[in-house]
Design a protein around this ligand. Sequence first.
Ligand code: SAH
Length: 354
Amino acid sequence: MDAGRTPDDRRTHLRSQTLESLAVWTAKRGFEDFRASQVAGWIYNRPLAPVEAMHTLPAAVRAALTEDFVCSVPGLPGNQLSVDGTRKFLSQFEDGRIVESVIIPRDERLTLCISAQAGCAMDCKFCATATLGLLRNLEAGEIVGQILRAREFSAGHPLTNYVFMGMGEPLANYDRLLVAIEIMTARWGLGISPRRITVSTVGLVPQLERLVTETNVNIAVSLSAARDELRDRLMPVNRRYPLAELMGACKRLGLPKRKRVTFEYVMLAGVNDTKRDAEDLIRLFHGLAVKLNLIPFNPYPGSGFERPSDEHTRDFQERILAAGVHTTVRTSRGRDIDAACGQLAAASPPRDQG
Ligand code: SAH
């Protein structure tokens, strides 16, 4: 695990450190033990700030931190507010890479949508992020940094839910994701209950099984087709982990401790939204306690897909509801600022943003 690595060889991110790895560091550096939790307090319980601003730390500790870790605070090259209150902001890291995060208010909830990678290698045919390819994995500290930034935007109105539904495939960046979740949920870290965290995945089966045994976060699986032949085309990952294997794994996920698995289904007009598709879905879910979340396709230039009508979406939903499957439709948020599901595709800063 990254956070357990001592910073001898390559500098790791300061905000990728666990209390344990900070304690290893203070011992190695010959600083007092309590400095480890003091540093954790500065990096996880305060707004994003450079090491120079950590004024209760002795100068020698601050100097050692900047020597041993990557301490830079992500830049904020873009920040847009949608007419519906959804905010999209960009984080730019020291190598120039940019990811998007989205803050979504709804009723009493304030949900943060987090990115786990810059770009994505999964190549889902209906997703704008896929057009970037994988640029790189994010460090745990870069994942955590998105949350700290979002907390600044939502000051006075705390975030209530954290979903890994931004750019990238979180389970393809498994080790760093695990460190980020440790930092997010630890008392010395961000103090978030794992019940408030959801990891969404295309269905990387081995990592999915690990995540369930190693954490208590919620799981969402992006399905988007109920037959292998169709899912192979829409989501190439299906050739590696076909539906029988994926659904078999979901059945073994250790329910009911973690309630039901959520499945997401992007609805593509005329492609996966027919009566037959509804029937195949019902059959696929047989014997499994699931929640199905239908996401009407959000268009982006050159996608080649269309969004079904609201009426058609409702009919599809009702057909599945009639079979006793708990089914909801996700109302898309932030579409005017390209912040909705599948629309995240920033590779460089937008020109008109400051
Ligand atoms: N890679 C993970 C995390 C991204 S979550 C995953 O796929 O689960 C993003 C969600 O938005 C996924 O459920 C995905 O299927 C959905 N999505 C992708 N492109 C979309 C689009 N153009 N319109 C609506 N939903 C989309």
